[in-house]
Structures are given as structure tokens and as C-alpha cells.
Design a protein around this ligand. Structure first.
Ligand SMILES: [Zn+2]
Length: 300
């Protein structure tokens, strides 16, 4: 089964056709970005543009080669940072399949597909303006709809209490926002969600938090699987409702439904940052944790 759902921030496709005793289901989020060149006004080659801090910064005109190479690098680099990093553990008896008489329940591997379009292409999820910085400019305050040509450079953003530099490539942080993630400390007392969530303290106060990709650093954490997990809940819930509907239509389906725990509503789908193999029905019922070690004798 390949099923697609459309969400405001991205599209999601759940693929269970790839499932076998060793391969999990795959959930791919597709994010279509529409990039728009910001060039110096009046058709000249150099000028200034105000950044997120309200400062005029020197910019230069895009040319076709620089533009297409920047877009391609942005998409491939941010996609490879985010894709394939999380596995959601099936705790709701969802998406069962049978192989050689054994019933399995897949965990779900989280993938990302980024598409870099022109802003004029229909169907983009977001439009992003992009300035090309003059080589002399070392700092430009980007924000979620205004990027700069140096957003892929690794920049020293903060220093830990032990003097370690915290470096970040801004584009991967920005893609986190596009997927719906907030700064690492949003919701903590020093960064209430109702306040200015772009304040420095929201990027993490402790050494650990500031190194998060949704802080000043580059570290992925299991909580960053949130966009995939929330999408997956919709697929799992839809599957549960269709089971209930078919149970209502036949007595034999109703009996089979009674033997299946309907736990989608309370499922956790906890995120792991390591592959965990599909679970058998016996393992699920016994509460055996999903295994990272390739299970033996699965007949494939
Ligand atoms: Zn941010």
C-alpha cells in the first residue's frame, strides 16, 4: 500500500509495499520550496538588502549558474541531513502483514524529500526569498522566509560553558522550522511559547540544549521526529477507522477485530535514531522491545 496525505506544511506518503521480515514501512515527507531571487534594485549588480536585524547588508546580483548551483546544494545537503535518521516504533498493532504465515508489524522509517522549485511553480509549500551576499559580508540575519547564499556555511553561533564552539549550518535549522519544529527551549519558563521565541535564550541555555539543531548546533535528537510522528498518527488512525467500518459490515470481521488491540488512539510511536527491525505479533503481544539486532530465522 502506498497512501498519500496532504498537510499544510508538507505532503506525506506511507509505503508498506517495501515491508518484509527485515524491512520496515517508509514514511516520506515531501516539502516543496519555491525559491525567489532577491537582486539589487534598479537592475544594477550590487546593492544592499535589510536582513532580519534590520541592517542593510551588501548583496550582489544572482547569475543563472550561481542560482542553480545554490538551489541544488541547498536541497541535497538539507535533505541528506534530515532523511532516514528516525525510526518510529510500532506500538499500536498498525499495518500488519503476513510473510510465510507469520504476522509482522512494521516500524516506520522516516524519510524526507526536498524539492527546490522556482517560486513561480504552482504547488509549493513555502516561498523563500534568497539574497546573494557580497563576498565581503560575513554575517546576514536570515529568517524563515529570507535566506542568504552563505546559509550552508558552518558558522560559530555560541560557546558552551567549557569553551567548546557550537557551530551551525543555518539551512538545516531552517528546514527544521519548515517541518514545524520550534526552537529547543520553547515552552520552558525562560522562553514561553507566547513570547518572542526567536530570543537567544530560546536557542538553548544548557550546553546540551544549545547543541541541538533547533538551537545553535547541529545535533539531531529523537524529539525532532515530531513531524513524521504526527503525520503517521493520521495514517494509523485512518487504518483503525477502516478496520472498525469493515467490522461493522460483517460478523467475521467483527470477531477478528476483537482479537486486535485497538490502541491507535493511545499509541506513542516512540522515535529511535537507530534501525529497529519489524516486530512479530508474538513480540508485540509479549511487549518485547523492537530489536536493533537482525533477528534470525525469518525465512527470507
Ligand atoms: Zn530558528
Amino acid at each position: 500500500m502506498k497512501k498519500t496525505m496532504t498537510f499544510p506544511k508538507f505532503d506525506a506518503e506511507l509505503n508498506t509495499d517495501c515491508c518484509n521480515p527485515y524491512s520496515n514501512a517508509e514514511l516520506t515527507l515531501t516539502l516543496r520550496l519555491g525559491f525567489r531571487q532577491i537582486n539589487p534594485a534598479g537592475g544594477v549588480n550590487t546593492g544592499t538588502y535589510h536582513d532580519a536585524d534590520g541592517q542593510p547588508r551588501k548583496i550582489i546580483r544572482w547569475n543563472p549558474a550561481a542560482w542553480s548551483s545554490w538551489k541544488a546544494r541547498f536541497v541535497s545537503s538539507a535533505q541528506s541531513f534530515w532523511t532516514g535518521k528516525f525510526w518510529l516504533i510500532n506500538d499500536s498493532f498498525s499495518f500488519p502483514y503476513k510473510h510465510q504465515g507469520v504476522i509482522y508489524f512494521p516500524n516506520v522509517w522516516c524519510r524526507l524529500k526536498l524539492v527546490g522549485n522556482e517560486a513561480t511553480t504552482p504547488g509549493n509549500h513555502r516561498t523563500i526569498d534568497v539574497v546573494r551576499l557580497d563576498p565581503s559580508v560575513n554575517w546576514f540575519g536570515s529568517h524563515d522566509t529570507l535566506y542568504d547564499s552563505k546559509d550552508m556555511d558552518s558558522i560559530h553561533k555560541e560557546t558552551t560553558s567549557t569553551g567548546k564552539k557550537v557551530m551551525q549550518r543555518a539551512h538545516v535549522h531552517e528546514v527544521g522550522h519548515l517541518l514545524g519544529l520550534d526552537h529547543v527551549d520553547v515552552g520552558k519558563p525562560h522562553c514561553p511559547a507566547s513570547g518572542d521565541t526567536s530570543a537567544d535564550v530560546c536557542y538553548g541555555v544548557s550546553d546540551h540544549d544549545m547543541q541541538s539543531v533547533m538551537g545553535f548546533g547541529m545535533q539531531l535528537r529523537s524529539e525532532h521526529a515530531y513531524p513524521w510522528r504526527e503525520s503517521l498518527r493520521h495514517f494509523a488512525r485512518e487504518e483503525m477507522f477502516s478496520k472498525v467500518l469493515s467490522a461493522l459490515s460483517s460478523a467475521s470481521h467483527a470477531r477478528s477485530l476483537l482479537g486486535t488491540p485497538i490502541t491507535s488512539l493511545s499509541s506513542v510511536w516512540s522515535a529511535k535514531m537507530q534501525r529497529h527491525y519489524p516486530r512479530t505479533e508474538a513480540e508485540m503481544k509479549a511487549g518485547t522491545p523492537a530489536s536493533t539486532i537482525r533477528p534470525q530465522r525469518r525465512g527470507i
